[in-house]
Each structure stands twice: as structure tokens, then as C-alpha cells.
Design a protein around this ligand. Structure first.
Ligand SMILES: [Ca+2]
Ligand SMILES: [Ca+2]
Length: 258
């Protein structure tokens, strides 16, 4: 009798531990980044909205470019296609990323450099306080890092803009037909109740835009978009009650034998 009860308690404890160990949820992972044109075909990309020139660079890498069509930057970018997504029009890049139209424009030396066109990918995430979003990214560009126009790679969380970078940082050799690259970097963000956006259903978007021209392309490469939840209080409750139950029953058993 006691032995069976102990086994059940141990099983409960093991199940609770197991759910803690499986805390990491991979939103996308190598092998899942399979897109054909702008249509996601992988189950892992169900629920993602894509617009513009979005494609799988390889099995691990999603690539968004500022290409308008196959003639965009014909001598440079090897990865072109997709449709016209003007940033400054309704349902263009900015609106799809949850931004005000014009939010991606900038001014350099008193000259307005308007966001012209680009690509965006977005989806809704269900997150809790303490969950952490992480991904790897790299800015690629055919703009000159010193004198080129300030194309922009960015992300938004709940419509809050984070500027990842401009061609200024693309001082290394590029890839995928782009002359310049920033090298791979890791982005992490921990969601907090005190943050700028309400938790739960959060819209996450990645994008890249041409600013000031439409013909010299840049790109945003993304790998391993992952959300790692903190263990929920209910899970820890199970762990603790499993410990107490196991310890209590073992104690009962020892007393019964003595
Ligand atoms: Ca373009
Ligand atoms: Ca450009």
C-alpha cells in the first residue's frame, strides 16, 4: 500500500520536474525556416504573417530584404523576389509591424531619408512576465558602411520599435550576395509587467526597409527565434508538493518498519 502510494508520488514529482525541464519553446529552429516565396510551408511558421521579399536563406536562416522585385539591386543581392511593400502606405511595412506610418523615416544631416519599401514578418506570441525572447540576427547590405544611405533593420514588440541597426555597422564581409555584413549578434528581451506593453497576446515583428532610395538593397537575417518561459508558480507548486509527498511517505515507511 505504502509502496504504491510512494510510486505515485514519485511519478507526480518526475512529471513536474519534466515540465520544468521542457520550459523552452522554440518558435523557429533549424529546419523549420522553410518558406516558398512569401508563403510559409513549415508548421513552425503557421501563424506568421510575411510580406515582401522573405525567404529561407538556408535551413537555419530566415532572410528579409529591401527588394521590391527581381530587378531590385540587380547587380548585388542574390536573394530577391516577393512583392511591393511600400513602408509609407496603409498595410505597408510600418502598419504591419504595428507602427505609425512614417515611424521608420529618419533625418540625417538635416535631410529626411524616408522609409521606401521593404519586408516584414510578424506573429502573435502568448507570453508571461519573466519569459525571455531571444534570436540571432545580422544586418547585410550593399550600401557603403560609411557613405551609404541609412537602411534600417528593426523589430517591434507590441508596436514598440527597436532599431537593430543600419549599414553603419556592416563593416565585415557579407553573405548571400550582399557585400557587407555586421556579423552575427544575439538579441534577448525579458518581458515584464512594468514594460511598455501589456503582456499576454503580444505582436512580434521583424523588418527591414530601404531609406532614401529603393535600389541599393539591405537585408536582415534571423536565426533561432526562441521564447523561454519562466516556470509557472503552479509548476513549482507541483514540484514542492511532490517533494513533500515523497518525503512524507518515506518517513511513514521508516516509522512503519521501526
Ligand atoms: Ca528596394
Ligand atoms: Ca538602400
Amino acid at each position: 500500500m505504502h509502496r504504491i502510494a510512494t510510486s505515485i508520488a514519485a511519478l507526480t514529482f518526475a512529471a513536474a520536474l519534466s515540465s520544468v525541464a521542457q520550459a523552452s519553446v522554440i518558435v523557429s529552429q533549424p529546419g523549420d525556416l522553410t518558406l516558398i516565396g512569401v508563403k510559409p510551408v513549415s508548421p513552425a511558421f503557421d501563424g506568421w504573417n510575411t510580406a515582401g521579399d522573405v525567404a529561407a536563406l538556408d535551413a537555419q536562416t530566415l532572410l528579409l530584404t529591401t527588394a521590391f522585385d527581381a530587378s531590385d539591386d540587380a547587380t548585388g543581392s542574390a536573394v530577391v523576389g516577393g512583392g511591393a511593400i511600400p513602408a509609407q502606405q496603409p498595410r505597408g511595412v510600418e502598419e504591419q509591424a504595428g507602427l505609425q506610418i512614417g515611424a521608420l523615416d529618419t533625418t540625417v544631416g538635416g535631410v529626411v531619408q524616408q522609409a521606401m519599401e521593404g519586408s516584414v514578418i510578424s506573429r502573435t506570441l502568448w507570453v508571461h512576465e519573466g519569459d525571455t525572447l531571444s534570436f540571432r540576427w545580422q544586418l547585410l547590405s550593399n550600401e557603403d558602411p560609411l557613405t551609404g544611405l541609412p537602411d534600417l533593420a528593426f523589430m517591434t514588440i507590441g508596436g514598440q520599435l527597436t532599431e537593430l541597426g543600419t549599414p553603419l555597422m556592416a563593416t565585415q564581409a557579407g553573405l548571400a550576395g550582399f557585400q557587407h555584413g555586421s556579423g552575427w549578434m544575439t538579441f534577448t528581451h525579458t518581458f515584464t509587467e512594468a514594460g511598455p506593453v501589456a503582456l499576454n497576446n503580444i505582436e512580434l515583428a521583424f523588418g527591414v526597409v530601404d531609406r532614401g532610395d529603393t535600389s541599393t538593397s539591405s537585408a536582415l537575417a534571423i536565426q533561432g527565434v526562441t521564447v523561454t518561459p519562466v516556470p509557472e508558480p503552479a509548476t513549482w507548486g507541483l514540484v514542492v508538493s511532490g517533494l513533500i509527498a515523497t518525503g512524507g511517505l518515506l518517513g511513514t515507511r521508516r516509522r512503519a518498519r521501526s
